[in-house]
Write a protein that binds this ligand. Structure first.
Ligand code: PNS
Length: 159
């Protein structure tokens, strides 16, 4: 059985993330969407809120679970008996950061492989930061995020 981990900040989950999750669910036996808890990034949603939203929007995938981790990704992978890290690539601009992370993870544990998926071109511009920027100014993000996330953003940025 192959377990893959899709790690990230997911602050909040977007349609771009969801596209990667649904495609991964078709290719791997078991997919863990893992939210990093101790990120240096300032987050809008708490880890619990991010997990809750992820759980809601991935409920239809029976082989997907949502979890969080606060240690090195490779150590979390070992604890879950997972061998594949999934990351989405949107554009060339993602490449350098992703190469650095994949190379670091391989140096730390060469039993673990990073698999990249090209993001669906319709989401190639999309990021959680862009979504938050739009929602902050009370414009619609309905094309960019699942409905529960849109609702949660509306509450966060209530005038
Ligand atoms: O969605 P993000 O913020 O691009 O995800 C980054 C993430 C969570 C995958 C990365 O920061 C991570 O794996 N952090 C855990 C700490 C770690 O293992 N660092 C070494 C690899 S760079």
């Amino acid at each position: 059985m192959v377990t893959a981990v899709y790690p990230g900040s997911f602050d909040p989950v977007t349609n771009g993330h969801l596209d990667i999750i649904s495609r991964s669910a078709k290719r791997f036996d078991h997919v863990i969407v893992a939210v990093l808890t101790n990120s240096s990034k300032q987050s809008l949603f708490s880890v619990e809120e991010r997990k809750q939203l992820l759980q809601e929007v991935t409920a239809e995938f029976s082989n997907v679970v949502v979890d969080s981790f606060d240690n090195l990704l490779v150590d979390y992978m070992v604890s879950q008996q997972a061998s594949i890290i999934i990351r989405g690539l949107r554009a060339v601009s993602d490449f350098e950061y992703e190469l650095q992370m994949a190379s670091t993870n391989r140096t730390l544990n060469d039993e673990i492989e990073t698999f990249f998926m090209m993001t669906n071109p319709i989401y190639s511009f999309l990021s959680s930061s862009i979504v938050k920027e739009i929602a902050r100014y009370h414009a619609s993000v309905s094309e960019l995020v699942p409905a529960p996330v849109e609702q949660a953003l509306r509450l966060k940025f209530k005038p």
